[in-house]
Design a protein around this ligand. Structure first.
Ligand SMILES: Nc1ncnc2c1ncn2[C@@H]1O[C@H](COP(=O)(O)OP(=O)(O)O)[C@@H](O)[C@H]1O
Ligand SMILES: Cc1ncc(COP(=O)(O)O)c(N)n1
Ligand SMILES: [Mg+2]
Length: 499
């Protein structure tokens, strides 16, 4: 259904194919979580072509909207004409429309170049609370654009504004929203005097355990249920939902099917992006193209969660207790280690390879990554999961070239400069220490809690704290409250002694 094949004029015997086509008329989000960028990604994920008419530029990130610059309505009109006069658009989807003038030229163009459906997301305010459309646009929306719309997708605040200020923000309204056959019916039926289909999005329902949207098709109410995903990464959900609806309509699905598919897509994308970390602010973007993640080269090579309890082998301690490296590794995993590093400074290549192979067997069965300290040759020969490098070892950038994109690289850092270089060199994590004095590395300079803080703040990489950490001082490390401090390194001796 998604693909149309016909004989191409002037090309005897050859068919041509066209992709269903959505035109988004919306604002650009420099952070690419919402707006035009979200629309293009959502359509891409749905397998639909997406052209774009930009109505405004926003300087925007995960913290908020820093600046808005509206595009002149004549330039918007020119863009609309360029696309609509040439490109066989199936569905127009609208997002941020910053002025009444832009709405006017949009409506003129939709009338001049009819499409199969118009999806209106009446964007007024961003999730961060920043205004995205001027006060004069509400009348333009209500009187000019909505009569041309096949579906309108307001969130709670926008529905309230479109209904002339009916409050949809209190606990009572939430109850009404969950009981659509009560007053909500009246409210939405009111909206129906302008449009055929209305989808009121419940993403912003405060204190709700569920994410419930109400779809009114002009006759019936449909409650679209979804579990509320506990994630900061919800920036752009509204834009994505509307674009996905447009994409499904462009393929030829019915309005109800399109709305249901879109809701399922947003939910899956949020679920897959729960642990995604882009930006420092409270509204993170999510990963629209999560289905592509199944391509092996795009699998994340490293999950910072593995750093939680980081065990390092200690040959002196092993000798003292008369146990092999692999026995120590096995015991450390039983003791809760989530990642293991073999640090065998004196081992010869032959015995090191043998020990690594044994340890890899143990680690792979437990899903625990195994890294090799310093020895890139051993890591490569055994296909270990990666290496950990000190400042005097091979530079991380060179190691990345040798090991390729799929191996984990960690770097020991004591200063902000070293931390920044580790990021630029393509490292995956930083080991920072010694935080406290330690007996296992006596000549090691102690950076203290302040040094740990400096390194964490200087880097976007996850950090594991190293050196002298024990039950007596662990609290002081955790109390630093550093977001990218993801784990503690314990000398394997300490971790296994209690087992
Ligand atoms: N935390 C969440 N978990 C699951 N679904 C969500 C969540 N937040 C929003 N949604 C869904 O995303 C879509 C967009 O809703 P919403 O965020 O309210 O729109 P807007 O971005 O326009 O404010 C809706 O289908 C809503 O139910
Ligand atoms: C350019 C642009 N368009 C739309 C939104 C709304 O998206 P959200 O409600 O997720 O903030 C936005 N923040 N920026
Ligand atoms: Mg939202």
């Amino acid at each position: 259904m998604a693909e149309v094949r016909t004989a191409a004029a002037g090309t005897p015997g050859r068919g041509y194919w066209r992709l269903p086509h959505v035109l988004t008329v919306a604002g650009s989000d420099s952070g690419a979580g919402a707006g035009i960028q979200a629309d293009i990604k959502a359509c891409g994920a749905a397998g639909v072509y997406c052209s774009s008419v930009i109505t405004a530029l926003t300087a925007q990130n995960t913290i908020g909207v820093q600046r808005v610059c509206s595009i002149d309505e004549n330039m918007v009109a020119e863009q609309l004409r360029s696309v609509l006069s040439d490109m066989q658009v199936d569905v127009v989807k609208t997002g941020m429309l910053p002025s009444a003038g832009v709405i006017k030229v949009l409506c003129q163009n939709i009338k001049e170049f009819p499409v199969r459906a118009v999806v209106v997301d009446p964007v007024m305010v961003s999730t961060s609370g920043d205004l995205l459309s001027g006060p004069t646009t509400l009348t333009g929306l209500q009187q000019e654009l909505l009569p041309l719309a096949d579906i309108v997708t307001p969130n709670l605040k926008e529905a309230s504004a479109l209904l002339g200020g009916i409050s949809l923000n209190t606990i009572d309204d939430i109850v009404l929203l969950l009981n659509p056959y009560m007053n909500m019916e009246l409210a939405l039926a009111n909206m129906y005097t302008w449009y055929r289909n209305v989808l009121v999005k419940g993403g912003d329902l405060p204190n709700s355990l569920d994410a419930i949207d109400i779809f009114y098709d002009g006759e019936n109410f449909h409650e679209l249920y979804g579990p509320r995903r506990m994630t900061r990464n919800t920036h752009g959900t509204g834009c994505t939902l509307a674009s996905y609806i447009a994409a499904e309509l462009a393929k030829g699905f019915s309005m109800l099917q399109a709305v249901q598919e879109a809701k399922t897509f947003v939910d899956s994308a949020l679920l897959h992006s729960q642990d995604l970390m882009i930006g420092k602010g409270p509204q993170g973007p999510f990963h629209h193209l999560f289905r592509q993640q199944s391509i092996p080269s795009q699998k994340p090579r490293f999950d910072a969660k593995h750093l939680l309890l980081y065990a390092v082998t200690d040959s002196a301690m092993n000798r003292k207790w008369g146990r092999s490296i692999s026995e120590a590794v096995e015991a450390s995993i039983e003791g809760g280690a989530t990642i293991v590093q073999l640090r065998e400074k004196e081992a010869e290549a032959g015995e090191f390879v043998e020990a690594t192979m044994e340890c890899l067997d143990i680690c792979r069965t437990s899903g625990v990554p195994l890294l090799i300290n310093d020895r890139i040759d051993i890591a490569l020969a055994c296909d270990a999961d990666g290496v950990h490098l000190g400042q005097t070892d091979m530079p991380a950038g060179l190691a990345r070239k040798i090991l390729g994109p799929s191996k984990i690289i960690g770097v020991s850092c004591k200063t902000a400069e070293q931390a920044q270089k580790a990021w630029a060199d393509g490292a995956d994590y930083i080991g920072c220490g010694g935080v406290f004095p330690t007996t296992t590395k006596q000549d090691n300079l102690t950076v203290g809690l302040e040094g740990l803080r400096t390194v964490c703040l200087a880097s976007q990489l996850p950090v594991v704290a190293i050196g002298g950490i024990n039950s007596g001082n662990v609290q002081s490390v955790m109390q630093l409250g550093l977001a990218n401090l993801k784990g503690l390194l314990l000398c394997l001796g300490f971790l296994t002694r209690s087992v």
